[in-house]
Design a protein around this ligand. Structure first.
Ligand code: NAD
Length: 491
């Protein structure tokens, strides 16, 4: 069966064995077969970019960029609004494809398309904002600072929320006057790449400004090395992010890193336990835990830890695991065999180290049941490592200071949350947590793309996506002075 019926907006015939450079072309790097995680069946086959394909794209992007930067802002804004219009008009088709390709639920597919639409409107809005500062200056001299694009921005994105995570860089980077070379994860090349190419193609983006090259680490490294690329926006694992920063450092590029997380949710003894369990379950298991902001550590006051564990285990047993894109289950499969094995290994090693498996565990193939691990302590892999699987790890504490120390006992610093009936006490705890995103009386997964988003430490290098942060990231300052005539200097 074909991935699309070629009467809709997405046309498999266009991208079959190809990459996008404004038109659809066969790359030198060969082909990239894509499998649907929930069924194990082939879904589609795209082109696979190698280093030479990346070099060609970077050259074409660098050539196309100056005319785009000079184009009038209103005309540019129309393109983003038109792209948003195409996403709205084809919402159901796009959502279903994203759900199928990522192994997610339709709810998650809908979320990604909805956020992509907001990001496109946000990008259009950037084009009517002021982007400079009039600076104090001596008489006879006009002094101002303005934002200039980097030139070509390389975007590297992961498999888990590929549409949002690509679009959150592609749209503002283009709006700020850059050309973009996008390398989506080869497991989700359509949701993370070709879907975006289709939207901009249909919206009339001039050719050469957006290149979409599915490929692996070889293509990613080539993008980081290319001297024509002024900035890399990377979202993915901390290990790959470290390599990206090292590689891009050789040509002194700007690098924005959005990396992994091991996010704590602290639940105090005065919390409504039904609500707390609902928050913990959602944060830990949504999209099978394959979210950078997933609730990776549930820190529960010792007096409520047992009851919370029981409530979570009841929820785990009630959830269905299966083909979530077809509405047959709440949770779908993990992305691949390697990731499933990683989850199995972390849970097994934690149980061997003394944690208690209360519910869940492996199911068939890529499916893994929502899991509850109690008695998790620092030093166990379930406490220390990002799992990227549907595992709720519960650790108990006695005092607020101990909760804070446990929460900060980790090199990640992405999201954190505190649940308590006392907002003042929760906020006092929150103030002392090492994180880029803090939520009081909520769980850790929250991504509203109009806000700055980002982590600290091993989670990345700043709050650099969304809203006002887009100007900071996708442009750099230029200082300009103008005098009527050159002054006479002492010599
Ligand atoms: P990954 O690091 O394996 O891959 C991410 C992307 O990097 C892919 O496109 C991959 O092909 C590319 N890549 C891999 N090695 C590379 C290299 N040496 N040079 C250049 N590119 C390279 O990550 P993943 O497994 O796809 O995604 C999961 C990870 O991403 C998790 O750690 C998760 O927490 C993180 N993540 C972070 C955010 C965030 O906003 N902070 C969002 C989503 C996912």
């Amino acid at each position: 069966m074909r991935a699309t019926d070629d009467t809709g907006f997405l046309r498999e015939a266009q991208w079959q064995d190809k990459v996008f450079n404004g038109t659809w072309v066969r790359p030198l790097g060969g082909v990239n077969p894509v499998r649907e995680p929930a069924t194990g069946e082939p879904l589609t086959c795209t082109g696979n970019a190698d280093a030479a394909d990346v070099a060609t794209a970077c050259m074409a992007a660098a050539q196309a960029q100056p005319a785009w930067a000079a184009m009038d802002p209103r005309s540019k804004a129309l393109i983003f609004r038109a792209a948003a219009g195409h996403a709205e008009a084809n919402f159901a088709e796009l959502s279903l494809f994203v759900a199928r390709e990522t192994g997610g639920s339709l709810l998650k597919g809908n979320h990604e398309v909805r956020e992509a639409i907001v990001l496109l409107h946000q990008a259009a809005g950037l084009l009517s904002q002021p982007h400079g500062l009039l600076l104090p200056s001596a008489a006879g001299r006009l002094s101002y600072a303005r934002r200039l694009p980097h030139g070509v921005v390389g975007v590297i994105s992961p498999f888990n929320f590929p549409l949002v995570l690509s679009m959150r860089s592609v749209a503002p980077a283009l709006a700020a006057g850059n050309a973009v070379v996008l390398k989506p994860d080869p497991q989700t090349p359509v949701s993370g790449g070709f879907l975006i190419a289709r939207l901009f193609e249909a919206a009339g983006l001039p050719k050469g400004l957006l290149h979409v090259l599915p490929g692996g680490a070889v293509a990613g490294e080539a993008l980081c090395l290319d001297a024509r690329v002024g900035m890399i926006a990377f979202t993915g694992s901390t290990g790959a992010g470290r390599k990206v920063a090292e590689t891009a450092g050789r040509t002194l590029k700007k690098v924005a890193l959005e990396l992994g997380g091991k996010n704590p949710l602290i639940i105090l003894e005065d919390a409504d336990l039904e609500l707390a369990a609902s928050n913990a379950a959602w944060g830990a298991w949504l999209h099978q835990g394959q979210i950078c902001m997933a609730t990776g550590r549930i820190l529960a006051h010792a007096s409520i830890a047992e009851e919370l564990t029981r409530l979570l285990a009841d929820k785990a047993r009630a959830l269905r695991v299966g083909n979530a894109a077809r509405g047959e289950a709440e949770l779908g499969p993990l992305i691949n065999e390697r990731q499933r094995q990683r989850v199995v290994d972390i849970v097994d090693a934690s149980v061997a180290a003394g944690a208690r498996l209360v519910a869940g565990g492996p199911a068939d193939g890529l499916f893994y049941r929502p899991t509850v691990l109690a008695g998790v302590r620092p030093g166990m892999p379930a406490f220390d490592q990002e799992i990227f699987g549907p595992v709720a790890s519960i650790t108990s504490f006695e005092t607020d200071d101990e909760a804070i120390a446990l929460a900060n006992q980790n090199e990640y610093g992405l999201s954190a949350a505190v649940i308590s009936r006392s907002v003042g006490r929760a906020m006092a705890i929150g103030e002392r947590l090492n994180c880029g995103l803090l939520h009081i009386n909520d769980q850790t997964v929250a991504d509203d793309c109009v806000n700055p988003f980002g982590g600290r430490g091993n989670s990345g290098n700043g709050g650099n996506v969304g809203g006002p942060a887009d100007w900071d990231e996708y442009t750099q300052w230029q200082w300009v002075t103008i005098k009527d005539s050159p002054p006479l200097y002492p010599f």
